[in-house]
Each structure stands twice: as structure tokens, then as C-alpha cells.
Design a binder for this molecule. Structure first.
Ligand code: SF4
Ligand code: SF4
Length: 457
């Protein structure tokens, strides 16, 4: 238990907060500053609060009462990092401040139970998550979800969790054997399947594997992998995040044979995997292993853009816009690759958002923990999307995809939400056999593909 503000009073933390020159260039980029318009709910104000705590100008009681709420309202989207000319490492700072917030408060019974269930029992156990996904599928197909949503009686947190449940396809790939290359073989990649992604958006993982196979790669998915630890970091639970990181490093480094890359298709998970060296910096055994592992991690769009051996030929007719995953854009700096991949698909009419770098409000568990602010941020995003007239919204992260599906319903838009690889997969599927009109079928095309997946079980 880390009581008091000791973590914020290290020389390293102090030097990082002092990098801020108070220029305010980050304010325009900040979604919570746009919602509240208050200095303390923007990056410059939050850095000033952390600096005051680090220099001993604020005691523990004031930190808990007056500063912590502003720290917890931050989405950790890191848009401010991209905007900052002074290189303030905002993500690392706020992550540390959150650890201090968490260690100095006592959550209520219901919150403790939900956290224990979600982050300790379910996320690290894929089998249990898949069982829940199957139950949720049943809940959807027998019409109970429709009734629950119509009656709108759930308490706020449960209602928010229910609200982001995507349409579920409970058919999961068999990862016991590698998926072979289906074109001229160019190498092997390892696949990070994720936890929520694999259970609730399994069709995205299956499309990812098919796209890699189609470009000549054998895909191996290590069985011993687990959740990346991102939700735990968001909640300030550093120790569990480190435990999960060690398990993932062991799982991937134990895999036999050469691999070109470790592929991840979720912007948030990918950033966490790439930042394992920072997370395990004080661990003499795992620090070098974390560095070795992290250099292999690539977002699927980053990898495919560099290894695009088979360009897509099938027409996908849609007006499409792309909503960046904040952690892919601001954290991993992967910006142009997903756009270039989409622009290369025949039939797609690409329209850029006015504010493509603005968060959608998902932000890890933010849309469950800070429901009202998340909804305001989401409404702004959906207004931006609506203005493009797009009937296909594409993104590249699990949480964003679920949040945008909920946003489409909330804004009453007629648009589909897909991952970049799902659209690529569609184009490959229709190569040489006409075109696919995204708006023409009620059934989501990716679900139809998942139903036909020969590796599904
Ligand atoms: S991380 Fe995002 S929400 Fe937080 S201060 Fe920076 S821009 Fe604002
Ligand atoms: S842009 Fe960077 S230096 Fe300027 S106020 Fe924001 S955090 Fe500080």
C-alpha cells in the first residue's frame, strides 16, 4: 500500500512536471477542457496540480479532496502529448498520479466487487469471458436486451456496461494450431488476441488473422497469453498490470521459431504492450525481456502497411470515415497507415472527420466510471461523424468500436462500425466476384464472415 504522496515526490516525477512551460497549446486538443471549459480539467491545469503535489505545496487531504477528481476526469487520451511543444510526458505523469489516488481512497462495496470481478477474475481468464459472451449472445437473441433497453431501469454503471455491449458472434477461433499462410509464404507472426476483444468482438480477430494469412503470413496465437493490463493501469492497479505483463512476456518469448512481429489489433492494448519496458523498468529480470518483447509489437495496420503483398481488389461501396484510437494515434503515433489502407480499397469514398484526433469517450473504463462526461465526449464525436454523412465508421481499438456502436444507436445514425481489418477482409472476400454494398444488408458483413469461418468452434 503506497500511502501519502511519495510517488509524486521523486526527482524523476518532479523533473517531468517541470517540463511544462504553461504555453496552453494543449488546451484546444483536450476533450475534457472542451466539455468543462475549466483550467483544472485541462492538461495545463492538471500538470500544475501534480506539480503542486510533487513540490509539497499540497498535502494528502487536499490531494484527495480537491485534486483527485480532476485527475480521475482525465481520459488519458494523450491528445495533449501530441500538441505539447515541450515534450511533457502526460500519460506517464497521470498514470502515476492515479496510482496515488487509488492507494489513498476506500471505494464502496459495490465498486470493489465490480472491480474484483472485472479486473481480477474475468479479464485475466479468457474462458470465463467467453462464457459471459455466450450468455450475452443468448440475452441478445431471445430479445431480452431489447426489453431491458426499452424499460431503461438499470442503475447508471450497469446501464453503461450494458449500453456498450456490441452484437455478439459467439464463435471463437481454434488457436491450438497455427493458421497457415494462404498466399506465397513470407514468414510467421504471433498474434495478441486480447481479452474483451476475443470474447466480445471475436470477428475482428478472425478478420485480422485472415488478412495476415492472405498477405502470406502464418499466424501463431500463444495459448498462455492474457489481458495486456491496460484496464488495471487505468484504475491505478500497478501491481496486477505488472503481473499480467510478466505472464504475456513469458507466453510470447516461450513460443518456438522466428517471428516477424507480435501483432495487436487494438490501439490501447498495443500501446500497453509497447510500454512494458517502462512498466517493468524496476524489475531486474523482466526489464531486458520487456524491451526485447516490446520491439516486436506492431499494430496490425502498421504491419500490413509495410507488408502489403496482396492489394485488395474487391469493391466495398460505402462512404467511410475513420475515427482514430487515441492510444494508436497519440501513443503509438500510427496515423497515416489505417487511412492509407482504407483509401486503397476500391469503392470506398473516404471522408476525414473535422476533429479526427478527438477521443470518443471510451478511454479504457472511463465510459463506465465517468458515464456523464463520457457521454458528452461521445455526443461531440457522433456530431462530427454525422456531419460527414458516412455510412461506415472505421476504427482500430476494442473500446472505441464498442463505444461507437453505442454512439450510432444514441445518435440514431444509420451507419455500421467496423475495424480497418474487417473492411480489408471484406474487400479480399469480394475480389473477382462483384462488389459489396455496406449499407445493403441488415446483417453485419463481418458477422456473416465469422459464421463461415472454418476455424471457428
Ligand atoms: S490526456 Fe486527454 S483528457 Fe487528459 S488532459 Fe490530455 S487531452 Fe485532456
Ligand atoms: S502544451 Fe505542454 S508545455 Fe504547454 S501548457 Fe500544455 S503541457 Fe504545458
Amino acid at each position: 500500500m503506497i500511502r501519502d504522496l511519495e510517488l509524486l515526490r521523486t526527482e524523476d516525477f518532479k523533473s517531468k512536471v517541470r517540463q511544462c512551460i504553461h504555453c496552453g497549446l494543449c488546451l484546444e486538443a483536450c476533450p475534457t477542457y472542451a466539455v468543462f471549459g475549466t483550467e483544472m480539467d485541462g492538461p495545463r491545469g492538471r500538470v500544475a496540480l501534480m506539480r503542486a503535489a510533487s513540490e509539497g505545496k499540497v498535502g494528502l487531504e487536499d490531494f484527495r479532496e480537491a485534486l483527485a477528481p480532476h485527475i480521475m476526469l482525465c481520459l488519458v487520451c494523450r491528445a495533449c502529448e501530441t500538441a505539447c511543444p515541450s515534450g511533457v510526458q502526460y500519460g506517464a505523469l497521470v498514470e502515476m498520479a492515479r496510482v496515488v489516488v487509488e492507494h489513498n481512497r476506500t471505494p464502496g462495496l459495490a465498486e470493489r466487487f465490480l472491480r474484483w470481478l472485472g479486473t481480477q477474475q474475468l479479464m485475466p481468464r479468457l474462458g470465463l469471458l467467453k462464457m459471459i459472451a455466450r450468455l450475452m449472445w443468448l440475452y441478445q437473441v431471445i430479445g431480452l436486451q431489447h426489453l431491458v433497453r426499452a424499460l431503461n431501469f438499470l442503475p447508471k454503471t450497469l446501464g453503461a456496461m450494458e449500453g456498450i455491449l456490441p452484437p455478439i458472434v459467439p464463435r471463437f477461433a481454434d488457436y491450438r494450431r497455427p493458421a497457415p499462410a494462404t498466399a506465397t509464404r513470407r514468414g510467421t507472426v504471433f498474434f495478441f488476441a486480447g481479452c474483451i476483444q476475443e470474447a466480445f468482438l471475436a470477428q475482428v480477430n478472425q478478420a485480422t488473422i485472415r488478412v495476415l494469412q492472405h498477405n502470406g503470413y502464418q499466424v501463431c496465437t500463444p495459448q498462455a497469453q492474457t489481458c495486456c493490463g491496460a484496464p488495471h493501469l487505468h484504475l491505478g492497479d500497478l501491481e496486477t498490470a505488472r503481473k499480467l505483463a510478466r505472464r504475456n512476456i513469458d507466453a510470447f518469448l516461450a513460443q518456438e521459431g522466428e517471428c516477424e512481429a507480435v501483432i495487436c489489433n487494438a490501439g490501447g492494448c498495443g500501446l500497453t504492450l509497447k510500454e512494458y519496458p517502462h512498466l517493468l523498468a524496476d524489475d531486474p529480470i523482466y526489464a531486458p525481456l520487456a524491451s526485447k518483447f516490446a520491439t516486436q509489437v506492431k499494430d496490425v495496420t502498421e504491419f500490413i502497411a509495410d507488408h502489403f503483398h496482396v492489394p485488395p481488389r474487391g469493391e466495398v461501396k460505402a462512404r467511410v470515415t475513420y475515427s482514430d484510437s487515441c492510444h494508436l494515434r497519440h501513443g503509438q503515433k500510427v496515423v497515416k497507415q489505417p487511412r492509407e489502407l482504407l483509401k486503397g480499397i476500391p469503392g470506398l469514398q473516404y471522408v476525414e472527420l473535422q476533429f479526427p484526433d478527438r477521443c470518443c469517450g471510451s478511454a479504457g473504463v472511463y465510459n463506465i466510471a465517468q458515464v456523464d462526461t463520457a457521454n458528452e465526449v461521445l455526443d461531440a464525436k457522433m456530431a462530427d461523424i454525422a456531419a460527414t454523412g458516412a455510412d461506415l465508421i472505421v476504427t482500430s481499438n476494442t473500446g472505441c468500436q464498442m463505444q461507437l456502436i453505442a454512439g450510432v444507436r444514441r445518435a440514431e445514425l444509420k451507419a455500421k462500425v467496423m475495424h480497418v481489418v474487417e473492411v480489408l477482409d471484406l474487400s479480399y472476400r469480394y475480389s473477382g466476384s462483384g462488389s459489396h454494398d455496406v449499407g445493403s444488408r441488415e446483417e453485419d458483413s463481418s458477422q456473416a464472415l465469422a459464421n463461415e469461418n472454418p476455424t471457428a468452434r
